[in-house]
Design a protein around this ligand. Structure first.
Ligand code: FAD
Length: 384
């Protein structure tokens, strides 16, 4: 996204390093509608964090964000619009933006390579800007604070583990949509392992519904599972979870008279909320280590490198931060220190927003698990 944004701006040439030859990730993802908002009202329309947006961001910066969106070139804007319409496979987002960069044919030099920390440091020339968007296991995140040359794991990472979960996806041959009442009634006979389709996680494409949701599991169960498996493996090894899924899906069938197509696809993941305490090389710059390569060429973390959040929001967050960073880099006369400070502040505000949102979702999920048990429910409420 950053490459496509910078490619369309005057005065930048981009070198893009990517280790993968092909984009193959099939998981269905959804982008937040706020990414294509054209007014403040639609930007803050989200039921969970609409108020936080107003509390955290200044009206001026929200206006600037909207103005930047309006300035996005039509080819890229059309892609954003199409991704935000519903579910789409991650690889189609990756491929379509990659094709767009190639079709424009200017200002980007691509290299297929695994970049190491040493490579990144060695290739920097004065005047370069280095952007690390290498995902959750960021290459540079833990190298951005003075004294962390060995890249101590977590030297610059704040992590909050919210829960362990199974992400379960299946296809269903009828239109099926879900809301909070549906989540409750379809899980009524499931005292444990409630399957919770996530907010807007069902999508009917005209003939098939894609349904994705999560089931909370314990740390011990997480350890005993492979990272990816199907319904058959689940049935043989964790029959309790499989029965819970069956009950949920049977209720969908009773209601809509369709059939599940194929098997369940299951991934087990820890749901972590994390951020880079420093999302730029600001501290290296001010730390007096003038021989450090990052002391002359600024580094920015973008996407999952900078912030990661569960409950299916990270791509939108990453794109949002990419737009802000591209907007900063477009201001050629902005002093470097200001640029770094402004990016840090923006990332911190996005962190506050997503932290509050994720904690709220987790809290609501916890309450939901105990809806039929008033005493357990009260235990989870801290009213005053
Ligand atoms: C099951 C699941 C479902 C999800 N669903 C959603 C959803 O619905 N909505 C949502 O917003 N988010 C979702 N997410 C999160 C989303 O997939 C990530 O937030 C997003 O892919 C992060 O994008 P990124 O570009 O920052 O990092 P990545 O997608 O991880 O991309 C990093 C890139 O860097 C390359 N790379 C890494 N290291 C190197 C290196 N050393 N040298 C060269 N190249 C390198 C990789 O090959 C890769 O292409 C989901 C995640 C999971 C696990």
């Amino acid at each position: 996204m950053l490459t496509a944004l910078l490619q369309s701006m005057e005065g930048h040439s981009v070198r893009l390093y990517e280790k993968r030859r092909e984009y193959t990730r099939t998981r269905m993802v959804q982008l937040a509608p706020y990414l294509v908002a054209d007014s403040l009202e639609s930007y803050r329309a989200d039921a969970i964090d609409g108020d936080s947006v107003e509390a955290i961001f200044d009206p001026r910066e929200l206006d600037q964000g909207l103005a930047f969106r309006r300035s996005i070139p039509p080819d890229l804007g059309a892609l954003l619009q199409s991704w935000s319409l519903g579910f789409c496979p991650l690889k189609s987002i990756e491929r379509s933006i990659s094709d767009l960069i190639d079709a424009r044919g200017n200002g980007v030099e691509r290299t297929e390579a695994v970049v190491t920390v040493e490579d990144a440091m060695a290739m920097l020339q004065p005047g370069d800007v280095l952007i690390d968007s290498t995902g959750a296991r960021s290459l540079l995140r833990d190298h951005l604070v003075p004294g962390s040359d060995e890249g101590d794991e977590d030297a610059n990472t704040l992590k909050v583990r919210l829960e362990y979960a199974l992400v379960v996806t299946f296809l269903y041959g009828q239109a099926y949509d879900c809301n909070e009442y549906c989540k409750y009634h379809k899980n009524k006979e499931n005292p444990h392992y409630k399957f919770i389709p996530m907010v807007h996680r069902t999508h009917f494409d005209g003939s098939v519904s894609h349904v994705t949701g999560i089931v909370n599991i314990s740390a011990e169960e997480y350890e005993a599972m492979p990272s990816r498996f199907d319904g058959e493996w689940l049935r043989g090894n964790f029959p309790g979870v499989a029965e819970s899924m069956d009950r949920f899906i049977d209720k969908i069938k009773q209601e809509t008279h369709g059939e599940m197509l194929g098997d369940l696809e299951i991934v087990r993941i820890p749901l972590d909320l994390y951020r880079a305490r420093n999302a730029t090389s600001r501290h290296v710059l001010t730390g007096g280590t003038s021989d450090h390569p990052f002391a002359t060429s600024p580094v920015f973390l973008a996407g999952d490198s900078a912030i990661g959040s569960p409950y299916f929001q990270s791509i939108s967050l990453g794109i949002e931060c990419a737009m802000f960073l591209a907007g900063l880099l477009a201001q050629r006369d902005l002093p470097l220190r200001d640029m770094l400070d402004r990016y840090e502040l923006y990332i911190y505000k996005q962190w506050l927003r997503v932290y509050m949102r994720s904690k709220m979702i987790k809290h609501n999920k916890d309450l939901f698990e105990s809806l039929d048990d008033p005493l357990a429910l009260l235990d989870k409420l801290h009213i005053y």
